[in-house]
Design a protein around this ligand. Structure first.
Ligand code: HEC
Ligand code: HEC
Ligand code: HEC
Ligand code: HEC
Ligand code: HEC
Ligand code: HEC
Ligand code: HEC
Length: 541
């Protein structure tokens, strides 16, 4: 068949190196013998007419020798050959530019305060505001804190002009400055090498089949939590693959991120979804994997986007640290290095105290602190809009109609881009302008509270410096450090979270007030101890 005689879908598949083989294996018969579960799920669902060989090549060799694996395509463009509207919209880009630092004036975490508060942590090297999903893998590989300047765009800063509407392959865009080695270190001044093997699982499913449940080190799995991150990401091409949220065989809504499945199924005191989410969706957790070790897939009773997005938009631990309960280092042999705490701001201190994990020690105060990621889902559960019946998709993935066809817009951006299709479906008495104003005003009020907590923490850091210079007793410093822990996590939570001013303003204000109060208490305690110390010195003279 030459390209001229192909249907548009067949031509697109041919470009990807795949064949539409008509009826051959359409029902998956020769495959069903050994892959019964998959073939059955496939045969009973919307994809029954999509041949196994549409997505898997090399099946002839496999049928002769099953050790010769067929290919498994994780490329979103493959799904896009038939689901153009969803594909194109998923990789649409917003106006947000790359590498806009959170530390800029007016940013969520401006300097000089941010560097002072993060005291030497790798995030001080580069901490950028999020942008479109199309760039998630690319942006993570080049951020100054991740791979020490190893990876760079082939086109230099011109990469900032990349257009959306399609899924980029990372290695078409980036180059490796040190292709002859995999040494994971800071190659350039002002950078850090803080990435690790777990990072990939929040960006891409490309190496999902090479990874055992929770990233445990098991026989046959190519990668594990402690793998060299350079080796890992050299195998990653795509960000936000469609199969994070859709099963390619039975097309059921699902989640695949292991730490979320763990958080939803483990025993324990804390489960922010079960305890606070306004609606509950049942999970059907299944074992998957044909490479001799287990991974897990959790099918959702309904397409609950609050869980789909929670595969990435959550607070997590993905790095080594310390256990303050035992005083021991926590290394990649521990599952604590692939952990979703799955708690909200009200619970976070109690949670980390119970688990004992901390990320780093502050370089001035000596307090052991958490480096927060982005607890977006946790913050949303139990909020006014959660109770009003909105899932993440209600505001970020509206149903839209184009050329008479209705579909789910997969462009996850600020709802400001589609207020009519989101906010106004409920707030029928308002205009778009009014809705945008309500978002802006919530942000402005919230920003004031963040800056207030920062100001109190600045006083606290000054007091720590004076107290340490004055030789204040360690018992006092220890008390102040505990208060610093509280001030820190109740502040940093909100600089790390996205859209929190809107998602749960009440919780933000409550937690930020806690931060300011803890910092003030620490300052008062330290100043008193300094005064006493100075008083004694004066008396002795
Ligand atoms: C005779 C049994 C048998 C048949 C028939 C069979 N497979 Fe397999 N398949 C296996 C086994 C066993 C494995 C795992 C091999 C291993 O790694 O040990 C496997 C692995 C796979 C994988 C996984 C590849 C990976 O990278 O992990 C895919 C995809 C696959 N088969 C697709 C198919 C398709 C499509 C068909 C039909 C054209 C098919 N299989 C027919 C037994 C079979
Ligand atoms: C060769 C064409 C083709 C390819 C490739 C393809 N699909 Fe489909 N898909 C279909 C058809 C046909 C349907 C059923 C009709 C419909 O809903 O459009 C469907 C249905 C679906 C549905 C269910 C829609 C619903 O209404 O519930 C989802 C989800 C889906 N596909 C996801 C995917 C994903 C993810 C991929 C890539 C792994 C993919 N598809 C690849 C053709 C394809
Ligand atoms: C973060 C999760 C997520 C990812 C990733 C994702 N989708 Fe979806 N998808 C959804 C949600 C949510 C819906 C709406 C489901 C509903 O309303 O029942 C949906 C619906 C669909 C449907 C059903 C038809 C429609 O438009 O409502 C298709 C087909 C589909 N997605 C294809 C894709 C393709 C192709 C990709 C990759 C380019 C993809 N999806 C990536 C969450 C996701
Ligand atoms: C629309 C694309 C698509 C079609 C059609 C498709 N697959 Fe797959 N298959 C995938 C993807 C993507 C994966 C990766 C695993 C996942 O996403 O769960 C996969 C994984 C597999 C695996 C490995 C499962 C594991 O857990 O390691 C087997 C076996 C397999 N497919 C067999 C089949 C058979 C048999 C058929 C036809 C009955 C088929 N596939 C049809 C896309 C497809
Ligand atoms: C596989 C991980 C992953 C999943 C799943 C995911 N996101 Fe994201 N999201 C990211 C990352 C990473 C970024 C930042 C990308 C960058 O800056 O390059 C991001 C950025 C965003 C942005 C900012 C976009 C912009 O234009 O500024 C929004 C909004 C967003 N996500 C919402 C969602 C929603 C809603 C869902 C669920 C429907 C979701 N995301 C699912 C990882 C994910
Ligand atoms: C009721 C509507 C609504 C719901 C539901 C909702 N969001 Fe948002 N989200 C917003 C608004 C409004 C903003 C702020 C946008 C702005 O300032 O431009 C936002 C911002 C964000 C951002 C930051 C975007 C950026 O560019 O900085 C992310 C990421 C995000 N939301 C993810 C989620 C996730 C994940 C969920 C579900 C757990 C969710 N949202 C639920 C309305 C909503
Ligand atoms: C699913 C329906 C629904 C959607 C979609 C929705 N809202 Fe609401 N919204 C509500 C309801 C109901 C309340 C009142 C909740 C309450 O007071 O407990 C509310 C309250 C609010 C409030 C007051 C919140 C507060 O803390 O005082 C603002 C502001 C608001 N919405 C703005 C928006 C914006 C902006 C969007 C779009 C990004 C949006 N809403 C989308 C239903 C919705």
């Amino acid at each position: 068949m030459n390209a001229q005689h192909m249907t548009p879908v067949a031509a697109a598949l041919a470009l990807l190196g795949l064949a539409v083989s008509g009826s051959a294996f359409a029902a998956g018969e020769p495959c069903a013998m050994c892959h019964a579960g998959i073939a059955q799920g496939h045969g009973n669902a919307a994809h029954k007419a999509v041949a196994c060989t549409t997505c898997h090549t090399g099946t002839e060799a496999h049928l002769k020798d099953m050790k010769k694996h067929p290919t498994v395509s994780m490329d979103p463009a493959l799904c896009g050959t038939c689901h153009q509207a969803q594909y194109k919209s998923a990789f649409t880009i917003s106006e947000h530019l790359p590498r806009v630092s959170k530390k800029l004036d007016g940013g969520p975490a401006p300097d000089p305060f941010f560097d002072r508060a993060l005291g030497g942590h790798g995030f001080t090297k580069e901490h950028a505001v999020p942008r479109a999903h199309a760039f998630m893998a690319i942006d993570q590989f080049i951020v100054d804190r991740a791979f020490g300047g190893r990876f760079e765009p082939k086109d230099g800063w011109l990469y900032s002009t990349m257009e959306g509407g399609k899924s980029y392959k990372v290695w078409d865009v980036l180059k490796d400055n040190y292709p002859d080695n995999n040494t994971h270190k800071a190659h350039k001044p002002g950078t850090a090498a803080a990435a690790n093997g777990v990072c990939w699982s929040c960006k891409s499913t490309d190496i999902m089949l090479d990874w055992a449940y929770m990233g445990d080190k098991v026989e046959g799995a190519k990668f594990f939590r402690g793998s060299n991150p350079v080796d890992v990401v050299r195998n990653v091409q795509h960000g936000l693959n469609c199969n994070f949220c859709h099963d390619p065989h039975n097309v059921k809504p699902r989640v695949v991120r292991d730490a979320l499945i763990d958080a939803m199924t483990r025993d324990g005191k804390f489960n922010v979804y079960k305890d606070f989410a306004a609606r509950q969706t049942k999970l059907d957790v299944q074992s998957a994997g044909v490479r001799g070790f287990e991974r897990k897939v959790a099918y959702l009773e309904r397409a609950d986007s609050r869980l789909m997005c929670a595969q990435c938009h959550v607070e997590y631990v993905c790095n080594p640290g310390m256990n303050v309960k035992t005083g021991e280092k926590v290394g990649f042999n521990s599952r604590l290095t692939n952990l979703f705490p799955w708690v909200n701001a009200d619970q976070i201190e109690a949670y980390y105290d119970e688990v004992g994990f901390r990320d780093f020690k502050h370089n001035v105060t000596g307090a052991t602190l958490i480096k927060m990621q982005h607890p977006d889902a946790e913050t949303f559960f139990g909020s006014k809009h959660d109770k009003a019946g909105a899932d993440c998709a209600t505001c970020h993935m509206p149903k839209v109609t184009e050329n008479g066809k209705t579909y789910t817009l997969h462009w996850n951006a600020s709802p400001v881009n589609y207020v009519k299709e989101t906010c106004l479906t409920c707030h029928k008495d308002k205009t778009e302008k009014q809705m945008v104003a309500s978002i802006e005003v919530m942000k402005a009020h919230f920003d004031g509270k963040v800056r207030e907590a920062e100001s109190r923490m600045n006083d606290m850091f000054n007091a720590f410096e004076h107290a340490i210079n004055a030789g204040v007793d360690d018992a006092v410093l220890a008390k102040a450090r505990k208060l610093h822990e509280s001030a820190h996590v109740n502040w940093e939570y909100w600089t790390a979270a996205n859209g929190a001013y809107f998602h749960n303003h009440d919780m933000a204000v409550r937690s930020l007030a806690k931060s300011a109060k803890a910092a003030q208490d620490a300052t008062a305690l330290l100043r008193k101890a300094i005064a006493e110390k100075n008083g004694k010195k004066t008396a002795a003279k």
